[in-house]
Design a protein around this ligand. Structure first.
Ligand code: RB5
Length: 149
């Protein structure tokens, strides 16, 4: 799968670990930064990854900051990005199954690396369920359209 990944300084170390894990599994990863633990601003990376996913260049995006909160808020401002902030495997599964998320946000200061990798594997493997959930997604898209003008 083609996956875009990005983080701020707080998520840098976890991003490197996630990148290695996904590359070993054979995924095509593009890293949009940051490149060190030097202080940065999470919206910059949310925008780069979000734009790449919304443009259709990547099937999925993974974003990491300290809590996952700021970077998920920023990513969800981009039309076509449906980013879920996830801290457990049940929510990772549900965010695909019910919400068809195309981007996931993780908090490197909230969860450990083992759980983060399990969450990501679960999220990548789970398919969208469709049917009544599609109707709800359509309503989200309608809201997005109304507020994009
Ligand atoms: C950076 O200190 C921190 O605010 C950021 O990584 C994130 O947690 C914001 O939501």
């Amino acid at each position: 799968m083609k996956i875009a990944i990005g983080s701020d300084h707080a998520g840098y170390e976890l991003k490197e670990l996630v990148k290695k894990h996904l590359q070993e599994k054979g995924h095509g990863i593009r890293d949009f930064g940051t490149d060190s633990t030097e202080s940065t601003d999470y919206p910059d990376f949310a925008e780069k990854v979000g734009e790449a996913v919304a443009a259709g260049d990547f099937e999925r995006g993974i974003l990491i900051c300290g809590t996952g909160i700021g970077i998920s808020i920023a990513a969800n401002k981009i039309p076509g990005v449906y980013c879920g902030l996830v801290g457990d495997c049940f929510s990772a599964k549900a965010s695909r199954w019910h919400n068809n998320t195309n981007v996931i946000a993780l908090g490197a200061r909230v969860i450990g690396p083992g759980l983060a990798l399990e969450i990501i594997d679960t999220w990548l493997e789970t398919k969208f369920k469709g049917d009544r959930h599609q109707r709800r997604i359509d309503k989200i898209v309608e809201i997005e359209k109304r507020y994009s003008q």
